[in-house]
Design a protein around this ligand. Sequence first.
Ligand SMILES: Nc1ccn([C@H]2C[C@H](O)[C@@H](COP(=O)(O)OP(=O)(O)OP(=O)(O)O)O2)c(=O)n1
Length: 368
Amino acid sequence: MSNDGWPSGLYPSQLIERLFEEGAITAASSRDDDQIQPASLDLRLGDIAYRVRSSFLPGPHHSVKDRIDDLRLHEIPLGRGAVLERGCVYIVPLQEGLHLPPNVSASTNPKSSTGRLDVFTRVIGDFARSFDQLPAGYDGPLYLEISPRTFPVLVRTGSRLSQIRFRSGHSTLDIEAHRTLHAEQVLVTNATQEVGNGVSLSIDLHGNGRDGLVGFRSKRHTAVVDVDRKAALDVLDFWDPIITRGHDELILDPDEFYILVSHEAVHVPPDHAAEMVPIDPLVGEFRVHYAGFFDPGFGHSEAGGSGSRAVLEVRSREVPFLLSHGQTIGRLVYERLAERPQTLYGSSLGSNYQAQSLKLSKHFKPYP
Ligand SMILES: Nc1ccn([C@H]2C[C@H](O)[C@@H](COP(=O)(O)OP(=O)(O)OP(=O)(O)O)O2)c(=O)n1
């Protein structure tokens, strides 16, 4: 495919549609109606999961299949569903494949619902030297590495755990462009820091108006989460609520998984998207665990999103660590879209997290 006609910027839904039409994205079965999101495409699991001894990067001399052949321990059919266990590593061929134009590259990330369940996923391409990055012109299959960290999960052929974005050229905003966009459109409210190379997000440990509820800590040894069932599970079977008692502080236990919420409300204007990058304090004590993607229109008032907060999946590393209200934990870096998407994140798409505050994944019933 020639370079002609592929504009610079992150691709909105209509250009993803065009990538399909021109054969740059292939799929083993017909597309789900809601698979194309405002600026991303959900990727679907294929028919088999390979339980492997360890994670790997294929590197320049190997296809992923070569490596699966070396490392596989067991083959699990997914047609009727299968439970993926905590602490194990699985590789699943995805239904979508790529035949990208020479100037179009792609990157992938876990869907927010996947990160909120602490299911670690990353996409691997043939001959890849890094995870979650498909270079311009990539021509080959896609595989998903899956490693549930907290809850065992039930998945099946067609389950959608990760998403892919396409872009051409350099579209990330620089410091000046972030400041201009913030001045025009207000990217975060309650900002505690000056807007620079992105906007900083900090942790809310006040819990205003929520009876002191500031977060959730995952339980151990729970039942299985079916990734395709919404609002099916009782929160208290899987999570311990964290209630502040006026201190605005929280001690993170090492090896525990927490869902917290940002102090700032976030706004992604319709012609932009954003990515949350973890801020690692120099000592690396704690971090947001999943780099999240924020859709065009998330938190946008015309898409019903005023006041949307960011959900933060947090882990402490080696030692118990004291978090305080307002502590910076991540940075939202904005990116320009090639065109305004035809639909925005929000209720018309059945989106799950518009106008959210502290919110567990869609698999849980409302709480309290
Ligand atoms: N750490 C994060 C990452 C994302 N989000 C928000 C911004 C995203 O626009 C929204 C939805 O993200 P995804 O599309 O990844 O989530 P899902 O596909 O799981 O949900 P939906 O069905 O609502 O699209 O969640 C968040 O609050 N905190």
